[in-house]
Design a protein around this ligand. Structure first.
Ligand SMILES: Nc1ncnc2c1ncn2[C@@H]1O[C@H](COP(=O)(O)OP(=O)(O)OP(=O)(O)O)[C@@H](O)[C@H]1O
Ligand SMILES: [Mg+2]
Length: 247
């Protein structure tokens, strides 16, 4: 249904031993919405992302993607991982496969596409992220920014319903950050549902529909970027913004 949230988290709790890393998380992400998650180191941002494609299990609560509870295992879990694309700080490309092979592997294995269909679609996506001329190279022959754009194309090749980004530009040299952010802005404008953990406040201001601020495993406040950056309500958010905007 069109008004079912693409991602819904209800009463989510997660512990690592005695550490309560996700506390009473309530979060709805609408279809086509772009949510930026920010907060201090250790506040649970990565863990939150990882629970959505079940790289981490939760202790209590419920998570649904497109109205369906997360599957526990098997084929359904592989399908979920295809529906929920994830791009990390480190690109995690297969080192011994070409760029093109990296992008076609999932669609052939998981989505059952023919090699020629998968390659045609992969070339389209590589063109979209601006690295189609690199298709026959190995990842190590590309710059960090190019590798990250290949990683984005690889996720997109699975036709995901939602894309999670966990600090996708934080391992990149400054001159490469923009090209990756531009790719993400393009995706956002194309209507992709996105959850993005980032310290790039320019991206948050221009591309996010909503900023979610986390501290100590909780969502402390959330608002439009304009409201959040101009008038943060909590002391935690004020303190955090003071540190990141004035350094
Ligand atoms: N696999 C794990 N085992 C034990 N503790 C963990 C594990 N993963 C994360 N933690 C702890 O859980 C807390 C939340 O970690 P998380 O990585 O989600 O934070 P974060 O907000 O993404 O931080 P950063 O900005 O540094 O990436 C931290 O205290 C971290 O040390
Ligand atoms: Mg993190």
């Amino acid at each position: 249904m069109a008004d079912t949230p693409m991602v819904a988290m209800r009463g989510v709790q997660k512990h690592f031993g005695s550490l309560h890393v996700l506390q009473d998380i309530e979060l709805d992400v609408a279809r086509g919405e772009v949510v930026v998650v920010i907060g201090p180191s250790g506040s649970g941002k990565s863990t939150l992302c990882r629970t959505i494609n079940r790289l981490e299990t939760i202790d209590a609560g419920e998570i649904t993607v497109d109205g369906e509870p997360l599957p526990a295992e098997g084929k359904a879990l592989a399908q979920l991982r295809a529906d929920v694309g994830m791009v990390f700080q480190s690109f995690n490309l297969f080192a011994h496969k070409t760029v093109l092979e990296n992008v076609t592997l999932g669609p052939i294995k998981v989505r059952g596409q023919s090699k020629s269909d998968a390659e045609a679609r992969a070339m389209e996506l590589l063109r979209r992220v601006g690295v189609d001329s690199q298709a026959q190279k190995l990842p190590a022959q590309l710059s960090g920014g190019q590798q990250q754009r290949v990683a984005i194309a690889r996720s997109l090749a699975m036709e995901p319903k939602v894309m999670l980004f966990d600090e996708p530009t934080s391992a990149l040299d400054p001159e490469m950050i923009k090209e990756v952010l531009d790719t993400m802005v393009d995706l956002a404008q194309g209507g992709m549902t996105m959850i993005v953990v980032t310290h790039e406040m320019g991206f948050a201001r221009t591309a996010a529909d909503r900023v979610v601020f986390m501290a100590d495993g909780r969502i402390v406040e959330q608002n439009t970027p304009h409201e959040f950056f101009s008038a943060p309500r909590s002391d935690r958010a004020k303190d955090f913004l003071g540190k990141i905007l004035n350094h």
